[in-house]
Design a protein around this ligand. Structure first.
Ligand SMILES: C[S@@+](CC[C@H](N)C(=O)[O-])C[C@H]1O[C@@H](n2cnc3c(N)ncnc32)[C@H](O)[C@@H]1O
Length: 184
């Protein structure tokens, strides 16, 4: 059953610190706009906006989007929350081109094939999430919403692997990758 994210955001405070891959590799993004897919309450988007990027944050939860709007009003950073269902096969992603695409703790594999065309040459994809070991640990062994071991080692056509890691950190089994668009 799909998770009720509105209820989640009404009852749990989202983490305020950015994901490891964003914290560690965000400063390597070229200048320009960043697309944050399923950006939640904006922890990654606000970190990147503070580094000087304009960020488009796509998200389905109205509660999360309201939290982002409040934070924009409070901090005045260039984060633009947009309501979108990223699992809708008819969805048209913003055309870009983007300096970076972030997909953190959200898995929807059909999106991956669009990343190369969305990026400027030298642009980066920053990916992080839980992996199959974590799904098993949580009793959700078959769920497609987890990355397979080593899966992120293999970027889609048009992107090359820049960094990858997998293992247990914090309280969970996780994986991350940085993919780079080929070109000058
Ligand atoms: C674990 S949270 C991660 C949020 C954020 N990326 C982060 O790292 O803090 C997963 C997010 O995916 C969003 N989400 C789930 N399904 C979605 C969909 N079909 N379209 C857009 N967002 C979705 C949820 O509302 C939630 O904010």
């Amino acid at each position: 059953m799909a998770r009720n994210w509105d209820e989640h955001y009404q009852t749990c405070a989202p983490p305020s610190y950015p994901a490891f891959v964003v914290r560690t590799y965000g400063s390597l993004l070229p200048e320009g706009v960043v697309l944050d897919l399923a950006g939640g309450a904006g922890r990654n988007a606000f970190f990147l906006a503070a580094l000087g990027h304009r960020v488009l944050l796509l998200e389905q939860s109205e509660v999360a989007l309201a939290m982002v709007r409040d934070e924009v009003a409070r901090r005045g950073l260039p984060v633009h929350p947009i309501r979108a269902d990223l699992e809708d096969p008819g969805l048209a992603l913003p055309p870009g081109p983007f300096a970076g695409v972030v997909m953190s703790y959200f898995v929807h594999r059909p999106l991956l094939r669009h990343f190369a065309r969305l990026l400027v040459p030298g642009g980066l994809v920053l990916l992080e999430g839980f992996d199959r070991h974590e799904a098993i640990r949580r009793g959700r062994g078959e769920s497609p919403r987890y990355w397979e071991p080593w899966e992120l080692l293999h970027p889609p056509e048009g992107l090359s692997l820049y960094a990858f890691g997998e293992g247990r950190w914090g309280f969970a089994h996780r994986t991350f990758a940085v993919w780079r668009k080929l070109g000058p």
